[in-house]
Ligand binder design. Sequence first.
Ligand SMILES: NC(=O)c1ccc[n+]([C@@H]2O[C@H](COP(=O)([O-])OP(=O)(O)OC[C@H]3O[C@@H](n4cnc5c(N)ncnc54)[C@H](O)[C@@H]3O)[C@@H](O)[C@H]2O)c1
Length: 316
Amino acid sequence: MKILVTGGAGFIGSCFIKHLLQTKPEYCITNIDALSYCGNRLNLTEVENNPNYKFVHGNICDSNLVKDLVNETDYIVNFAAESHVDNSIYHPERFVETNIQGTLNLLQAAKNSNIKKFIQISADEVYGSIEKGFADENSPLLPNSPYSASKASADMLVRAYSKTYGLPACITRCSNNFGPNQYPEKLIPFFIYKLLKKEKVTLYGTGLNIRDWLYVRDHCLAIDLVLEKGKIGEIYNISGHNQRTNLEITRYILKKMNLDESYIEYVEDRPGHDFRYSVSDSKIRNELGWKPLYEFESAIDSTIEWYLNHPDWLKI
Ligand SMILES: NC(=O)c1ccc[n+]([C@@H]2O[C@H](COP(=O)([O-])OP(=O)(O)OC[C@H]3O[C@@H](n4cnc5c(N)ncnc54)[C@H](O)[C@@H]3O)[C@@H](O)[C@H]2O)c1
C-alpha cells in the first residue's frame, strides 16, 4: 500500500508517519515536505533509513512534481499547510498559496490518477467561534482568520472534487493538538521556551479564550482509522473534549515549572480572535469506534517534560 504524505516533516505529519511505520509494515510512505521554517527532518531521524520510507524535498505547489508523486501512490494524506494564525494575519497570501493552491494541485493530480482515498487534514477552526454547544459536521463554515478561511476553502475544494469528479475523499477536522516536536511558535512550546529564559509570556486579551486539546498521537490514530475505514465523501470531527482556557493551560505550565503568575503579561487581543472552539465528534466515535487513548493530564505532563528535556528543540 503506497501512501503519499504531504507536510510530513511537521508536528502532526511526522507523528503520523512514525505511527504508520511502527504499526503497519505493509505501508510504503513517501513524504513530500518543503521544509519551511516549521518543517524539520530531525522529527523523522528514527525512520530515515526505514526501507518503507522515502523523503522528497518539494513543494505541493509544484504541479509537475505533485503529478509524478500522485501517479505512484494509492493514498494521499494532506497535512502540508501554513498553520500559524498570527502569521496569517500578516501574510495571508502565503496561506492562500500553500493551503488552497497547494491542495488544488493535489486534487487535480489525484483526479487524473487511480487514487483510492484522499484525506484532507483540516481543523475545528473552520467552524469559527462556537459560543455555546458544539459544531457538528453539518454546521456552517464561518472562518474568522485568514488561516481558517484558507483551510475552509481547501475543504470546499475537496468537497467539490468529490461531488464533481467522484474523487474518493474524506476530510478530518481536529481540535488543538499538543505533544512533542511542535514548532515553538504555538502556545505550549513557545511559553516553555520563554519561561526557560525567565521571560514573561503574553496572553491575548483576558486569556479566557477556550481551546479544546487533544494529544497528537490520538489525532494520528483517528486519521489512521479514517484511512482504513472512513466512508468516502464524509467529514469527521475529532476532539479531545478537553476544553481549557488559555489562562488555565498557562497556569498549568507555570506550576510545572515552579513559577508564579507574575510571568504572565496580558496584551491587546488578536484581531478576529475566536473565543471558543468546540466540535462534536460523536460521528467518528459511533461510526468508526475511535476514542482518545491518552489521558489529558498525563499526556500534557509528559509533553511539558519532553520540552524541558529538549531545550535545543526550543531554540530552532
Ligand atoms: N496543530 C494543530 O493543533 C492542528 C489541529 C488541527 C488540524 N491541523 C492541521 O494539521 C496539519 C499539520 O499541522 P501541524 O501542526 O503539523 O503543522 P506544522 O506547521 O508543524 O507542519 C506543516 C508542515 O508542512 C510543510 N509545508 C508547508 N508548506 C508546504 C508546501 N507548500 N509544500 C510542502 N510542504 C509544506 C512544512 O514544512 C511543515 O513540515 C495542517 O494542515 C493543520 O492545518 C493542525
